[in-house]
Design a protein around this ligand. Structure first.
Ligand code: SAH
Length: 396
């Protein structure tokens, strides 16, 4: 038997979304509770008349429970091991065995583990908790990782300090939960080499979600003059050069990012590679780029909207960025344009790009519609999980 701190009983009729496996319980749906729970405790959720619905992590705020299981069960070592084994099996089935050593092992709701992200970089796993419950479970999660990976894992790094939101935040500085040997900084992605800095880099250190889209870009690169805006560690630059681009310019406002881009270019190409990286604001760079005739552009900005209230301004910013790109790209040019804002849905984004095309007054065709790769799965009952949207366009 296991101990449950609190049982929550929903208002009549409010069980429908849980019956459809939506993984969140909103506080407004709760009628009453029995027992007391602290943030991060495991609690159980019942219908108004006492039928079990789900087990999950409790948190104060509008999402009060994030579901870990739709069956009564203990959230113990066996639970974590089973959940991570299932996550790993999916990655083994979808990530090519050769040429790629970095992947997302756990993608929150997409892996039925709301609040948890784990990225694997070679022999290091980087864990990011977005809820107190997952943060409190980090040692149990690390134990399960070690059991599953054995000696294939040399380190487990917790990078939750910036992702936890709670009023009595018990967050501690980022640190190694486990460290047994030398960790390799350089990962492989589709055969290309990238240095990953999980300790100081953005998010967990590398944007794994663009893996498939970068590969598609390399197919369009031959002989083209490319501009990689918001380049971060230069993923798209490396693939553009690999695909035979005649010249690549990369732009990021962060000097650290530009240093990483230059390192990653030299990890893959000789000094003669036609690549140049600029520390600059992407909008300014585009406005001042009248002399360069780019015919391949990548627009991969940070999430312009971090919450619903910012949606309108974000859509304006996407529009502005795309207008600038369409107005400057050479005849027949290709634009890879993205949004990674969770609150901007596919239709909103497409509309913003449509408006931008109309303002630029140029004919634009959609060649591909892009999203996140299979190691960032989307729970069909949690469509909010589809955060990465992209369009590949040809501008006449
Ligand atoms: N394309 C990248 C990921 C981009 S993340 C990849 O494939 O890995 C977004 C990047 O935009 C960050 O590196 C951030 O430093 C940069 N950035 C944010 N605002 C910017 C601005 N106004 N101009 C240029 N870069 C910006």
């Amino acid at each position: 038997m296991y101990h449950i701190m609190m049982r929550l009983f929903l208002k009549k009729g409010r069980e429908e979304s849980l019956r459809r496996f939506h993984p969140w319980v909103f506080s407004g749906a709760v009628a009453r509770h029995e027992g007391q729970a602290a943030e991060g405790d495991v609690v159980e959720v019942y219908t108004h008349d006492g039928v079990f619905l789900a087990t999950g992590h409790y948190q104060e705020g509008s999402i009060t429970v994030r579901v870990l299981s739709f069956r009564p069960c203990a959230i113990d070592a066996a639970f974590w091991e089973a959940a991570l084994r299932q996550a790993r099996a999916l990655r083994e089935a979808t990530i090519p065995a050769a040429g790629t050593t970095a992947y997302r092992l756990v993608h929150g709701e997409g892996d039925n583990l709301p609040g948890l992200v784990i990225d694997v970089y070679g022999n290091t796993a980087v864990l990011q908790a977005h809820t107190i419950g997952m943060f409190r479970a980090r040692h149990a999660v690390a134990g399960a990782l070690r059991k599953i990976y054995g000696t294939q894992l040399a380190a487990i790094y917790d990078k939750s300090a910036t992702t936890l939101v709670s009023k009595d935040n018990e967050a501690v500085p980022d640190s190694y939960l486990y460290r047994a040997g030398e960790t390799g900084r350089v990962i492989l992605e589709n055969g290309y080499r990238f240095a990953v800095d999980w300790e100081k880099g953005q998010k967990t250190g590398f944007f794994l979600d663009q893996r498939d889209n970068r590969r598609l870009l390399s197919q369009y690169a031959q002989g083209r003059s490319a501009l990689n805006l918001f380049c971060y560690t230069g993923g798209f630059s490396v693939y553009a050069l690999g695909g035979g681009a005649a010249r690549v310019h990369a732009v990021d406002s962060s000097q650290r990012a530009i240093d990483l881009v230059n390192e990653n270019i030299s990890l893959n190409f000789t000094r003669a590679a036609p690549h140049e990286a600029f520390t600059a604001d992407a909008f300014d760079f585009l406005h001042n780029s009248a002399n360069h005739a780019y015919d391949l552009m990548v627009l991969d900005p940070p999430a312009f909207a971090k919450h619903k209230g910012a949606l309108r301004n974000a859509l304006q910013a996407y529009k502005r960025l795309n207008v600038a790109a369409f107005s400057r790209i050479a005849l027949g040019g290709i634009v890879f344009t993205f949004s990674c804002s969770q609150v901007v849905n596919k239709i909103d984004f497409r509309h913003a790009v449509f408006s931008a095309a109309a303002i630029s007054g140029r004919p634009v065709r959609i060649l591909h519609q892009l999203t996140q790769p299979a190691d960032h799965p989307i729970n069909i009952y949690h469509p909010e999980g589809e955060y990465l949207k992209g369009l590949v366009l040809q501008v006449e």
